[in-house]
Design a protein. Structure first.
Length: 504
């Protein structure tokens, strides 16, 4: 079973003959009452990666380490500068399944092999406060690196690490650094031991990142946007598997952006190639959406119940809502992980890589004037205008509900098209993005009300069949109906304002 630790640390250069005793008196750091010698630990770590170092290229590290008080497998995922999530699993002879899954979007079908071995003699000191509580761990590591694949070089160096205690204030590291800098100690130029080991034991074997040229043509801009969404899916994969807050929603949005881009910019990318990808992205979005819409609806109805005065609560309404929500949950966490481990998803990632490597560009992709991009945005906006007009003209009822829902979907597509266009068209496109977000919120509130009313009608029928009062469901239904009506009333004026202010 893997566990997670948020690691916040800084690394510093150290002279090879230096020791912790050569550092300044760290008891003079504000808040530090004592520096406790914890002795020297002998660490032996083997780092794993693909032959072409896909994990290193993404700033991920996977190692098997013995020695010290945290022996086992460690996967480190970057969060921000100097901050990583370390996911641990017990020692085993092979890469634990849980950790292998978290890097699968990077590794795909490639084999994970030992690439570097690091032998470290770690001299540790604990900085503690007046009550003996740990503030940070300071260690001096004498490291020997041995290349295991992609070269046979070795390297040795000494470095200092300062790691913040769990739940500590990151500002404390600034205080320690201030004291170290006064003593002439400088930050390390390497982000991690692995990066330094790869650099110093065989730079030629390391896959250097490719720096993309600034977008110039319409094709450049479209491909840059597609690449950003592909990268978002890959980067969010571990977070989705770990059930990190909002990760599923964010990955789902990335799939929507890709689908919309392939449709909106069919004048730039050949739809004969992108349409099959759109189908696969729709499938993935559907898998990501299992239970998500259900959760949103449950939260909406629960909040509505919470806001009702007690006299309007008749019967076991809360209990029935909980039963309904539980019965409709599909246990999607396990299913979703299986989807991410499956060949269909991995093939989709491979197909996106192939499209970016050999893009199916059409003639308009060479445009450098912004006309091709502007034309695509205007086309989506005109289609949206027609859908909103249709919705406004229809009488209240199921037909109008469906028309508003279609307008909402087109609003999203227009928003994403304008997002892509912003670097090309500037202020007008940026303004349109804001307008579309506002309209999307308005229309989304209407659609949520439609779905809530359908659910309330079903719950009322269940309550009636069980000889329970359906009064409360009727109250909530009426409130949702009034809310939808207020959206429908506000829509014509809101749309007129947007239409008159758009100049893309």
């Amino acid at each position: 079973m893997a566990d997670i630790k948020r690691e916040i640390e800084r690394k510093y250069e150290a002279d090879e003959n230096a020791g912790l005793s050569d550092l300044p008196d760290l008891t003079r750091v504000p808040g530090v009452s004592a520096v406790i010698d914890k002795g020297v630990a002998e660490l032996d770590a083997v780092y794993y990666d693909t032959a072409d170092q896909r994990l290193a290229a993404a700033s991920l590290t996977l190692r098997r380490r013995t020695g010290g008080d945290d022996a086992g497998w460690h996967l480190k995922l970057p969060v921000s500068d100097g901050v990583r999530d370390e996911i641990r699993a017990p020692l085993s002879d092979t890469v634990p399944r849980a950790l292998a899954g978290l890097v699968r979007s990077r590794v795909r079908d490639a084999e994970l092999v030992p690439v570097v071995r690091l032998l470290s003699a770690r001299d540790v000191r604990h900085l503690v406060d007046g009550s003996g509580g740990l503030l940070a761990e300071v260690s001096l590591d004498r490291v020997r690196a041995e290349r295991l694949s992609g070269g046979d070089g070795t390297a040795e160096w000494t470095e200092i690490e300062v790691e913040l205690a769990d739940d500590g204030d990151p500002a404390f590291l600034d205080k320690v650094e201030k004291k170290l800098r006064k003593a002439g100690v400088s930050r390390s130029t390497s982000a991690s031991k692995l990066v330094r080991a790869l650099d110093e034991t065989g730079r030629k074997a390391r896959k250097e990142p490719v720096v993309a040229a600034p977008p110039v043509t319409a094709g450049d801009h479209v491909l840059a946007y597609v690449r950003a969404q592909r990268d978002a899916i890959v980067e969010l994969d571990p977070a989705v598997r770990r059930d990190v807050f909002d990760a599923v929603h964010s990955m789902r949005v990335a799939t929507r952006r890709l689908r919309s881009t392939f449709r909106s910019y069919g004048n730039v990318l050949d739809r004969g190639v992108t349409d099959p990808l759109r189908d696969e992205l729709k499938w993935l979005a559907g898998e990501l959406g299992v239970d998500r819409d259900q959760e949103v609806l449950t939260e909406r109805l629960t909040a509505a119940l919470t806001g009702l005065p007690r006299p309007l609560l008749a019967g076991p309404v809360r209990g029935r809502l909980r039963t309904w929500a539980h019965a409709r949950r599909s246990g999607s966490r396990r299913r979703l992980v299986a989807v991410l481990d499956g060949g269909r998803y991995l093939n989709l990632l491979v197909s996106l890589d192939a499209l970016l490597a050999t893009p199916p560009l059409r003639r308009a992709a060479a445009d450098t004037t912004g006309k091709a991009v502007s034309k695509a945005v205007r086309k989506d906006f005109d289609k949206l205008s027609a859908l909103v007009g249709q919705a406004v003209d229809l009488p209240p009822g199921e037909g109008r509900d469906l028309a508003i829902h279609e307008a909402r979907k087109k609003t999203k597509r227009t928003r994403y098209a304008a997002e892509l266009a912003t670097p090309v068209l500037g202020g007008p496109a940026k303004s349109l993005v804001g307008d579309m977000k506002s309209l999307q919120g308005l229309l989304g509130e209407h659609q949520d009300s439609v779905m809530a009313r359908l659910t309330l009608r079903d719950l009322a029928a269940q309550a009636h069949a069980a000889a329970e009062s359906a009064f409360t469901y009727g109250v909530l239904y009426g409130r949702e109906e009034r809310l939808a009506a207020s959206v429908e009333t506000a829509l014509p004026e809101a749309w007129e304002t947007i239409r008159n202010g758009t100049n893309v």
